[in-house]
Structure formats: structure tokens, C-alpha cells
Design a protein around this ligand. Structure first.
Ligand SMILES: Cc1cc2nc3c(=O)[nH]c(=O)nc-3n(C[C@H](O)[C@H](O)[C@H](O)COP(=O)(O)OP(=O)(O)OC[C@H]3O[C@@H](n4cnc5c(N)ncnc54)[C@H](O)[C@@H]3O)c2cc1C
Length: 405
């Protein structure tokens, strides 16, 4: 059936989950093909945070030094501005890891890095402009994929869906999804830098407003967070009203009257949290956002995707080298990653509903940070607890999949 050379593993999607899974399986000597629908990794709405848990993985693979040679900025603390006061929410500098900080690096650079590292393994292949439109099956198992141009590719052992929250496994009903919901959406926009300075990533919280700023060199990537369902109302209110709110809380952006002139500059990003009821079926495994869509809260979705890829390779790589069929082992990947996923999504939900929701609710008013944040201000040692949660997450995976001789 194959129009493109078959591979033992065909991975749909070249995001963090798909690229790292491709690298790890190829490193273990298994022929692996990653299919990415876009022609490059350049996409504005990707996250920019690489956390210590991900850099631990790179360290275990002997790649950390090369990663840190790429342009990035380092955050040793998670900081923000709440009601006009500078606050530190988490301290990562005490983590006992190779890189005790968050590296802020545009995700396209991180994916380029993974591609460069993966191509060192001869069994790795990446096809760009290769959008998968259909999974193929023989009535019992998933056996391959079909691309938009009609070409087909046989997966001799496994198809991994790493194609994000709009995954084909959801769209075509191969695996059922349960919505968990989300209380927020985001307007995503750019502002050229008026001045240098400030942190590489900062959150600004004021009554009725939550703004996130990411330093991307010559411009700020900004996320204006609002209550789900308010998008149309904000659109109708017009750019002048929105601009005034942003200027009031973020003087670092400078005057915006010639910069933000049209609502078309505000790209609506719908936030959702959900997960598959079961991450696999014969011949098919879903990982990353395809298995569990993450909210941007805490900037931890990329890292969860990375941990899924490590777990998948740990569980399956040796068996894949030995046997043609690993269907009976796919549940072990979900068993390993299900709990940290549920805990992380729960934490995101609580943050969205109780904290962000309260800040954004109509008539919200506060003139100082909430008491837990004030407590962190008085007792700096306590900042290590959120620092650990943000930096390492709930269950760390250690690379155990082999390096092929
Ligand atoms: C507004 C917003 C901001 C965020 N910010 C952060 C952040 O700062 N830090 C963080 O850790 N997380 C952040 N997240 C969450 C994070 O983006 C995801 O959790 C993470 O990208 C998941 O990685 P993934 O590899 O599973 O999927 P994705 O990153 O979604 O990658 C999927 C890939 O599959 C490709 N693809 C899709 N369909 C097909 C197809 N049919 N055929 C071939 N290829 C296909 C896509 O082009 C894409 O490259 C944010 C989320 C949102 C909504």
C-alpha cells in the first residue's frame, strides 16, 4: 500500500511530543518517520518555555550543552506584577537539576534543535508539508496513514498521534475525548519593543485584567487573558478601549496608539482542557496534547508532552526492536502518564477557576496581592514549593530507552 517508504513507527505531528518521540525511537535503532503538516516550525502561537524537567531529559541524552548554546534567556524565578506590586511566585534556583531555571526560547527554535539532534540518528526521517488526512486500518488495527495528496504510508508496528489538540484521532472518532472545560480565552498579539529591560516572561495582574508578556528579542509577544465567552464583547468594544486597558497595566509597552490600531491584530486563541478516555487502540497511541489538551496556565504543556514522549520510548523501544506487535503494551504508557496529566490539569483548572476567574470577574477589585502571594513574600523559602511544581511537574521521566549500538 505504501507510496512513501514504510517505517516501523509513523508519528503524526512534529511538535514537542512528536519530535522528541521521533528522536528517541530513532536513537534506539527503530525506523521512525515524523510527518508534519507545515513546511517549517514557525508558528506565532506556540509557547516559549523550556522547563528544568525538559532540560534534565536533554542532559540525560548528552544534548543539554548544545541546547544551551542556542539563544535563550533564563528565568530563575517566576515573577509578576500583582496590583502594581512586584512579586516572586516561585524560586527555581534551588532545584537539584542540571539547569535550575526556565529557558525562554521560541518553540520553533526548540523544535529546530530537536530536528538537528534527531537527524544524527540514521533511522530518523522527517517529512514536512505532510498533513495526514486519514488513518488507515485493516479492520483490526491501525496500519498506516494517508496524506492530503493521496500518498499512503505503512506503519509496520505503530502509529503515534502527536498532532495536538485538534488530533485526527479525535476528529475521526478513533479515540473518545472528554471535555474538562476552561474558563479563559486569550487574545495573542505583538508589540514592537519600545525599551529594553524587564523579565523575559512576566505576568501582570490587575482588577479585571491579566496580561502575559514574552520577550522575543525585538518585540513582545503578548497574551491578553479574558473570561471565556467575552471575546465578542471585547471585539465590539473596539481596539481603543482594549488598548487603554493594556496601556494602564503595562507601561513597559510604551504608548500603543500607533501600534495597536485594529482588532484584527488580536488573534483569538481558544483555550481548552480535555483528555482522551483511553489513549490507545491496536496499532495506535496518542501522546502530548493529542491525548490531553493543556491550558497555557503555568506554561507546562510542552513539558508534559516531552515527558509523554520519554515514557512512550521507555515502555516501548526495547519491545519494538524485538517484536512486531506491541499493542498489549500501549496501556502501560497511559498508566504511567495518566496520573501526572490528571494532577496537572486539575492544578490548571483550579488556577483558572479560582484565581484567574476571580481576577477577571466583573467588578473584581483588590489593591494588594492575595494572602498566599504575600506569604511567599514574607517567607522566601516557601517559594521553592511552587518553583518545584512549575519546574519539575508531578512525575519526572528519566530516559531509559536504549541508544542503538
Ligand atoms: C495560547 C497558548 C499558549 C501556550 N503557551 C505555552 C507555554 O508558554 N509553555 C508551555 O509549556 N505550553 C504552552 N501552551 C501549551 C502547549 O502549546 C501545548 O501543551 C504543547 O505544544 C503540546 O505539544 P504537542 O507536541 O503535544 O502538540 P503541538 O505543539 O500542538 O504540536 C502538534 C503538531 O502536529 C502538527 N499537526 C497537526 N495536525 C497534523 C496532521 N493532520 N498531520 C501532520 N501534522 C499535524 C501541528 O502542525 C503541530 O506542529 C500554550 C497553549 C496555548 C493555547
Amino acid at each position: 500500500m505504501s507510496d512513501i517508504d514504510a517505517a516501523d513507527i509513523v508519528i503524526v505531528g512534529g511538535g514537542p511530543a512528536g519530535m522528541l518521540a521521533g528522536l528517541l525511537f530513532a536513537r534506539a535503532g527503530i525506523s521512525t518517520l515524523v510527518l508534519e503538516k507545515h513546511g517549517d516550525f514557525l508558528r506565532d502561537f506556540r509557547g516559549d518555555t523550556v522547563h528544568p524537567s525538559t532540560m534534565e531529559v536533554l542532559d540525560q541524552l548528552g544534548m543539554l550543552e548544545r541546547f544551551l548554546q542556542r539563544p535563550h534567556t533564563r528565568l530563575h524565578e517566576a515573577r509578576g506584577t500583582i496590583a502594581g506590586q512586584e512579586v516572586v511566585i516561585g524560586d527555581l534556583s534551588h532545584l537539584k537539576v542540571a539547569a535550575p531555571f526556565i529557558a525562554i526560547m521560541p518553540q520553533w527554535d526548540f523544535l529546530d534543535f530537536l530536528r538537528d539532534e534527531a537527524t544524527a540518528f540514521p533511522r530518523f526521517r522527517l517529512e514536512l508539508n505532510a498533513g495526514v488526512t486519514r488513518l488507515l486500518d485493516d479492520g483490526q488495527r491501525i496500519t498506516g496513514v494517508e496524506l492530503g495528496d493521496g500518498r499512503t504510508i505503512k506503519a509496520r508496528k505503530l502509529v503515534i498521534a502527536a498532532d495536538g489538540r485538534g488530533s485526527i484521532v479525535r476528529r475521526d472518532g478513533w479515540l473518545a475525548v472528554t471535555e474538562i472545560g476552561s474558563a479563559i480565552d486569550v487574545f495573542w498579539f505583538r508589540v514592537p519593543k519600545a525599551e529594553d529591560g524587564g523579565d523575559a516572561l512576566r505576568g501582570i495582574v490587575a482588577p479585571g485584567t491579566l496580561l502575559v508578556l514574552i520577550d522575543r528579542g525585538d518585540y513582545w509577544q503578548c497574551g491578553y487573558v479574558f473570561r471565556k465567552g467575552m471575546g465578542a464583547q471585547l471585539q465590539a468594544g473596539g481596539i481603543a478601549a482594549l488598548r487603554a486597558r493594556i496601556e494602564a497595566v503595562a507601561p513597559i509597552l510604551g504608548p500603543l496608539d500607533t501600534v495597536l490600531t485594529d482588532m484584527d491584530q488580536m488573534h483569538l486563541l481558544t483555550v481548552k482542557i480535555d483528555r482522551l478516555d483511553c489513549w490507545h487502540r491496536p496499532g495506535l497511541l496518542a501522546i502530548g496534547d493529542a491525548a490531553h489538551a493543556m491550558s497555557p496556565v503555568g506554561g507546562i504543556g510542552i513539558n508534559l508532552a516531552i515527558q509523554d514522549a520519554v515514557a512512550a520510548a521507555n515502555v516501548l523501544a526495547v519491545a519494538l526492536r524485538r517484536s512486531a506487535n506491541v499493542d498489549h503494551m500501549l496501556g502501560k504508557v497511559e498508566a504511567r502518564r495518566g496520573l501526572p496529566t490528571r494532577l496537572t490539569q486539575r492544578a490548571q483548572q483550579v488556577a483558572q477557576d479560582r484565581i484567574i476567574g476571580a481576577v477577571l470577574s466583573p467588578g473584581s477589585s483588590f489593591n494588594r496581592p492575595p494572602w498566599p502571594v504575600r506569604l511567599l513574600g514574607r517567607f522566601p523559602l516557601l517559594r521553592r514549593i511552587p518553583g518545584r511544581m512549575i519546574g519539575l511537574g508531578f512525575r519526572r521521566e528519566i530516559v531509559r530507552s536504549p541508544l542503538a549500538p
